[in-house]
Structures are given as C-alpha cells and as structure tokens.
Design a protein around this ligand. Structure first.
Ligand code: NAD
Length: 481
C-alpha cells in the first residue's frame, strides 16, 4: 500500500505523530494509500525550513527560478501518464480528463509563470523637481499553499508556480482526500534537485495541519482554495497577524440561455458545464436559466443527452462521469437531492447510483447525472453549493429576471451567457455579480487574466499580473536627484 510521506527540507519524513489517514479509491471504496496525519510539530519543521531557504532563494535571479520551473515541468511531461492515472485513481475523474485538463494544465502553470517572471515590469515616475520614484516588487516570504480535492495537482501548481517564480518559498498543504499527485510532485522536485526547503509538503487534515500552518507566525502569506466555510475560518485566523491572503472559494454559478442562442452548442457545452468532473468543479454551472420560448426544446434534448452519458469506471474509454470523491461527499450530494424533492423539485433524470455497475465497482461512490426541474424558489438547493452532478433548470421571460436570479445567491464566482446578440451579452455580463463571465463558452481559461470570486466566492485575484502582485510586496523608492 502506498505510504505517503511529508517532504521537508529535502527529506521524506514520517509524520511526528506516526499516525496516518486512510485514503480511499472512490471507484472501489477501498483504502489504497495512507496519508500522514501531520501535527503542529511537522508544520514547525516545514516553516522553519522554508524560512531558511528563503534567504537564498529570494535572491536568485528570475532566469534561474524560471529554469527550475521548466525542469519541474519537463519531469511532469516525462511522467505524464503516471500522473494522469494517479489523479484518476485518487479523485475518480475520467482518465481522459486527467490527461486533457489536470496534468496538462499543471504543466502549463509551471511553463507560464517561468516565462511570465522574465517579463516583469515595475513602475517608475519622475516628479517636477526631477525626483525619481520607482517601485520594487519583492517576494513576500514563506507562502502557505492550501488546496482542495477536486483538481488536486492543477490547483496546487497554480499556487506553487507563481509563488516560487516570484522568489517566495512555500509550504504546501494538499487536500487529505486526494494527496497522491502532490506527493509525486514532491518526488519530482527532489529528483530535479530543487534546493532544500524551497518547496515543502506537509500532509494532513485541515483542522489540524492546515490550521497549524495558517496560524504559524513564520508564514507570511496564505493562498487558499476550498470551501467558503473553511475560507471564513482562515480569514479569521489570519486577520490578527495581517497576513497577505487570497481566498478562492465556492460557487453556485448560473448558466443563462437566451432564445437566440446556438442551441446545439449551448446544450453540448451545458452538459460539460453541468457534469464535467462529476460536477465537482467550482465553476460548474449548477443553475440553468432558459428563456421560455426555447425551454421545452432545450429540456427535452438536454435530458435525452444526459441520460446517454456513461457513468462508471473512470479508466474506461467513453466514461463521462466517474465516482464522486468520497462516501461522505456522495451522502451530502444525495441529501441535497432529497431536499430538492421535499421542496417540490422534480427529478427528470438521475438521482441514484447506476444499476449496471460491474461487481468490482459496486462499492464505488457513483451517482447518475441529475437534472431537477420545478424547484421552488426558496429551496436551499437554489442557494447552496452542491459540488456534484446535480443541476436545476428553470425558464425565464425577461433578461432582467435571469440576471436577478443569477445574482440571488451568496456566491459570485462565475456565470455563462448564451446568445448571438453581442450587445445583450455585454450588458448582461456587466450586471452579473461574479468574477468571471463566459459568453457562448465555458471553462476557457487564459492564464494572463485575473481569476477569483466576489461575495462568498472569495477575496482577491490570482492569474497573470495579479498572481505576480499577490505573491510580491510593493515598495516605493523615491530618489531626490
Ligand atoms: P475544504 O475547504 O474542505 O478544504 C480545502 C483545503 O483546506 C484542504 O486542504 C483542507 O484540508 C484545508 N482545510 C480545511 N480546514 C482548514 C483550516 N481550518 N485551516 C486551514 N486549512 C484547512 O474544501 P474541499 O472540500 O477540499 O473542496 C471543495 C470546495 O473547494 C468547494 O466549495 C469548491 O467550490 C471549492 N473550490 C473553489 C475553487 C475556486 O477557484 N474558487 C476551485 C476548486 C474548488
């Protein structure tokens, strides 16, 4: 059985407590690896190591740091298939998706920031008396990088790459639910010979390991992606120490489909935005609003196509949905469906485990893609994030209705608009309280653009220049000439 170890100061170490958490294969329900249950002492070791490494790493040139990131990316490319299979086994996501999205984008994260850091620009101004001001952007220090279970390697590298590129050192706390590819990444860093302590990995639960890390006074910056409730705890923890913090949190995203949309394209993409990665992507559009003139046509075709999606073995060709990540999460999603039924929701398809699973997958955490119609407005399901393969559909008459409903949740992460009328798309996009709006597409991501949410979906922006800004401190130098 795979026994994961912490990676601290260039060494693979057992946790101080010598205790481990079970890590399950969601396709079979079996424990297949052990994840360290690290405590505050492990965190102290890691932070101390990162603090020490910062002294030298922060002074290396941008080209040298870029070279290190490329070396890591090269190794990930070499081990691409191994990483993709590991991600699929750990999370349950289809193998084609691990390849197309998770591992590919993880490599892109390293390559992008390796290049970005070489083109860093700083401001300068001259004053009427000839005085010169210039801005220095310097690394912040030790970065705590905390990631969730749904896109494990992709989201962790989204933090590691800019943190290291800008001269910070890091302590990573990957999700205890899906720790395997982070452990493999630690091995890659060891293999390429990244200087000791530049990137440490401490595995364990959020409440103990994560909390000890966030609260450690040696940590200067926290980049967190995860649930809104956890984000609130972290925001409180960091407040009294004034740590630079970025919070990328949950979403309850709307998908607004106008009557003039290219319906075939809208349906094809809405299937993905609803059920890709089993709906376990913060950007999935879980509330679908369709203009009333095309509602019945959309509904009939959408339901028919969703019924045809293959749910099962994530390594098998043609599988669209694998299992949900854990038994606990499956139970939570099922309870949301029950709640919807109580609130007069009508399940058009799904809502149960597939019946034709082979014997070896019979204990896996599978759930058919679920579409719910006629759900009452005040139902909690219209407000709270499910983070699974469950969407609601609803018709609207006027654009302002759709905008109002889209904005009526505590969240504000993203939204999609489907229309051929570019002026309408522009007006509606401006009215939506979210961090990202897609028009006639979904999940297209340009790493140069800012990413983040408003309201309960988070604080701050990362991506492109915003990442460079977040991971550096600005200092103004004024010279009287
Ligand atoms: P989670 O909040 O339970 O855990 C995320 C990470 O935080 C894990 O590593 C966990 O161990 C750690 N953690 C938990 N409590 C902590 C604490 N008190 N202090 C420090 N660390 C702590 O989230 P999850 O269940 O792993 O992920 C699902 C959530 O993540 C969903 O809400 C989803 O929308 C969100 N998410 C958001 C984005 C985004 O970019 N906005 C991307 C992916 C996922």
């Amino acid at each position: 059985m795979l026994k994961i170890k912490n990676y601290i100061n260039g060494e693979f170490l057992e946790p101080n407590s010598d205790s481990y958490l079970d890590n399950f294969n969601p396709s079979t329900g079996e424990v297949y690896s052990k994840c360290p249950d690290s405590d505050a002492l492990d965190v102290v070791l890691a932070v101390t190591s990162s603090k020490k490494a910062f002294v030298k790493w922060s002074k290396t040139g941008a080209q040298e740091r870029a070279d290190w990131l490329h070396k890591i990316a090269d190794k990930l490319e070499e081990k691409f298939d191994e990483f993709a299979l590991a991600e699929t086994t750990d999370v349950g996501k289809p193998l084609w998706l691990s390849k197309k999205m998770d591992i590919t984008r993880a490599i892109e994260n390293f390559r992008f920031f390796a290049s970005k850091i070489l083109h860093k620009e700083e401001r300068s101004t001259t004053m009427d008396d000839g005085s010169l001001n210039y801005e220095l952007r310097q690394p912040v220090g030790v970065a705590a990088l905390i990631s969730p279970w749904n896109l494990p390697l992709y989201l962790l590298t989204w933090k590691i790459a800019p943190a290291l590129a800008t001269g910070n050192t890091a302590v990573c706390k990957p999700s205890e639910v899906t720790p395997v590819t982070a452990f493999m990444l630690a091995k890659v860093m060891d293999e390429v010979g990244l200087p000791k302590g530049v990137c440490n990995f401490v595995f364990g639960s959020g409440k103990e390991t994560g909390s000890a890390l966030v609260n450690h006074p040696g940590v200067d910056l926290v980049s967190f992606t995860g649930g809104t409730e956890t984000g609130a705890v972290i925001a409180t923890d960091v407040a009294s120490q004034f740590k630079k913090t970025s919070l990328e949190l949950g979403g309850k995203n709307a998908n607004i489909i106008f009557k003039d949309a290219d319906l075939d394209k809208a349906i094809e993409t809405t299937i993905k935005s609803s059920f890709l990665n089993q709906g376990e992507i913060c950007l999935c559009g879980s509330r679908i609003f369709i203009q009333e003139e095309i509602f019945e046509e959309f509904k009939e075709s959408f339901v028919k196509k969703v019924k045809e999606l293959k749910v099962g073995d994530p390594t098998a060709e043609g599988t669209f949905c694998g299992p949900l990540v854990s038994k606990g999460h499956l139970d939570k999603v099922m309870s949301c469906i029950e709640l919807a039924k109580k609130d007069q929701g009508v399940v058009l398809t799904g809502g149960k485990s597939p019946e034709d699973l082979p014997q070896d997958l019979s204990k896996g955490y599978f759930l058919e893609p679920t579409i719910i119609d006629e759900l009452s407005d005040c139902s909690e399901l219209q407000q709270q994030e499910v983070f699974g393969p469950v969407v609601t559909i609803r018709s609207f008459k006027y654009p302002k209705e759709a905008v109002k409903w889209a904005n009526t949740t505590p969240y504000g992460l993203s939204a999609s608009i489907w229309t051929k009328d570019i002026s309408r798309a522009h007006k509606v996009a401006a009215q939506l309280d979210v961090g990202t709006v897609w028009v006639n597409t979904w999940l297209k991501r340009d790493l140069r653009m800012p990413f983040g949410g408003v309201k309960a979906s988070g604080l701050g922006r990362e991506g492109g220049e915003d990442s460079l800004k977040f991971f550096t401190e600005s200092k103004t130098v004024c010279i009287s000439l």
